[in-house]
Write a protein that binds this ligand. Sequence first.
Ligand SMILES: *Cc1c(COP(=O)(O)O)cnc(C)c1O
Length: 431
Amino acid sequence: MTVDTASFFTRALHAGRDRETASSRATPIYLTAGFEFDDFDHAAHHFGTGDGFGYTRTGNPTIRAVERQLAALESGADAVLVASGQAAVAVALLTVAGAGDHIVSSAHIYEGTRGLLVDNLARLGIETTFIDDIGDPDAWRAAIRPTTRALFAESIANARNDILDIAGVAVIGDEHAVPLIVDNTLGTPYLVRPLEHGASIVVHSASKFLAGHGSVLGGVVVDDGRFDADRAGHNAPHLVLPGRGGLPSVAARHGGLARIAYARESVAPRFGASPSPLNAFLIGQGAETLGLRVERQSRNALDVARWLEAHDAVESVDYAGLESHSDHALAQRYLGGGHGSIFTFTLRGGLEAARDVVESVSVFTHMTHIGDVRSLVLHPATTSHAYRTQEERDALGIRPGTLRVSIGIEDVDDLIADLSRALATVWEKVA
Ligand SMILES: *Cc1c(COP(=O)(O)O)cnc(C)c1O
């Protein structure tokens, strides 16, 4: 009997199956939980070596293609795609740290990452020291302990637009054979590639600029492939000691790629934040136009920031593209092709003015997201940072009148006209 002559339910499942391969120019979407083995030995080989594809949580051709694409954009050796930016940060940190270990992190990081460090990783026995003045090399140096397993920071940080001196901090990590992990979500590989400046690992929320259209969540961990077992093995026993059942160590099997191999084999699939192949496709398609979007978004953002800086209703604008910003020189050194499109500005009228602006804009969308093709606005003090104290918010540059914007690819005149209408209302009240 063949499946074509079987009964109805069986035919519905098995008849007419097409196993032809074709050279699709776009990345094909392998929307499948798993892959059929050619024969008995093929299955055993896959389980024994990890080669090829067996089950989508451990590998999928669509996801693999996007991992290679994003690794290439970040000048990395390899990458692991996961279901969200939070998952990428968690996977990167759990790849290098375990119970009893320590992380030194910038204090100017995404609130979700901070929560992961202070709530979740702390409960797993991983302690974090936060650095406020990330431009002070001595602050980083002084925080490092014998148990430190990672330095963590964002290339461009919210809300003050602090720019990380990547090379400066990477060198300090190097002195102790500790990798620098950079969250490059706001920087994007179009503007800055931290691995080229000495960072060891880059993470992204691919939900933002990489996917770019605000339709999917995703995250990626990119590694430089330069793990050195001789120099850094004492900080990474899980990479240099033999595995369970006498398996050769990860470093013995993967050399410089030991960290990313461990993330792929042992961390990402076990904690299970696997991306959907469909979402992977959308991230890969988005990344094809990353440069075009970020170039235009950066240009629009600079025009909007300059216009805001000159407006009477505005007290300050924190955008590293402006000459007035304290990190402008660092931005000139590290960023090429623009300064990104996410920044904050503070209204003289405080909370009420912020409320009025948020409720008057019509081209800007009021929502908690960034890196979208559309322009977005949010009031951090009452949303993302509502659970911090006012002193903590002050230290982070978030005041009652502060608004965060993520500038999109619209015609910039329409963005300025939208803000102009909204600011005219609040300025009338103040003046
Ligand atoms: C959004 C964001 C994250 C978290 O990413 P998700 O995709 O929302 O899980 C991490 N870091 C930064 C800088 C972000 O902006």
